[in-house]
Design a protein around this ligand. Structure first.
Ligand code: BGC
Length: 250
């Protein structure tokens, strides 16, 4: 199945485009709709339905969710409305779109795409992708195999969730200079390195476009650290790639 509509649900925006999963490319211009507030299951499902209609899509749909997803059921929703917890997302989205749907964690999707077509292509060993956006998402790969739903954005640093200190959202919210924020990211990455000893760390999310502002300021990591190369498209492409590979068909 080469062409799949990918939909990347984030805490701030919901992005969609059809993707060619064998080439790792979008095949039409991406559309973005602001995440409704409150981001309840009904409100978000309406946006998904609208995006499917806007592309007049009739094939499979791969969807990301910014929380733990096990067998299509949402387990956590740190940056969306908490009424998502326990919701059968595959059931909700397939009922609304009348199409076959799969749902996986957003960072896992971005990781799948970066490992296949981006900064992690062909890399063996332990690879950790971290998305620094509204929250911090993580995707862990061992010799190319994903360990799903790792949630390393929620380890505690100085008594707080790491994502509350080192996400892109935290930088904006606290009006931190690049230097101050890079210090927080550095401290976070040092923790991750102490826990996992990754060979490669890939920094993804919207912030990967501005990697020159903070990557040179990071110090003392043994692991190689690089920006993601697929930027904002990784979630969409990875969502599309995940269709038929796992999760639960709609
Ligand atoms: C969620 C993760 C998600 C990340 C990025 C975190 O708050 O717990 O599941 O991957 O945000 O959206």
């Amino acid at each position: 199945m080469a062409h799949v509509l990918g939909i990347d649900i984030g805490g701030t925006g919901i992005k969609a485009a059809p993707a060619d999963t064998t080439r790792g490319e979008l095949i039409a211009e991406r559309q973005k709709i602001d995440t409704p507030q409150p981001a309840t299951p009904n409100a978000v499902t309406e946006v998904v339905q609208k995006l499917v209609a806007d592309f007049s899509w009739t094939g499979s749909v791969g969807i990301t969710f910014p929380g733990v997803v096990v067998g299509g059921i949402i387990q956590t929703a740190a940056n969306l409305d908490h009424s998502w917890i326990g919701t059968d997302a595959v059931k909700a989205f397939s009922a609304a779109t009348k199409l076959p749907v799969s749902v996986i964690n957003d960072a896992d999707a971005a990781g799948i795409a970066e490992m296949a077509f981006g900064a992690g292509h062909g890399v063996r060993g332990t690879v950790l992708l971290l998305t620094l956006g509204t929250g911090i998402g993580s995707a862990l790969f061992i010799d190319g195999t994903l360990v799903p739903n790792t949630e390393f954005g929620h380890i505690q640093i100085r008594g707080k969730d790491a994502e509350k200190r080192a996400s892109e959202h935290a930088r904006e919210e606290h009006d931190l200079s690049w230097g101050a924020w890079a210090g927080r990211v550095d401290e976070y990455l040092a923790h991750m390195e102490a826990l996992l000893s990754p060979d490669l760390i890939i920094i993804g999310g919207g912030i990967s476009k501005k990697s020159d502002k903070f990557l040179p300021r990071l110090t003392g990591l043994r692991a190689k650290i690089v920006p993601a190369t697929m930027l904002n498209d990784a979630g969409i492409v990875g969502a599309a790639m995940a269709v038929g590979r796992g999760g639960r068909p709609g």
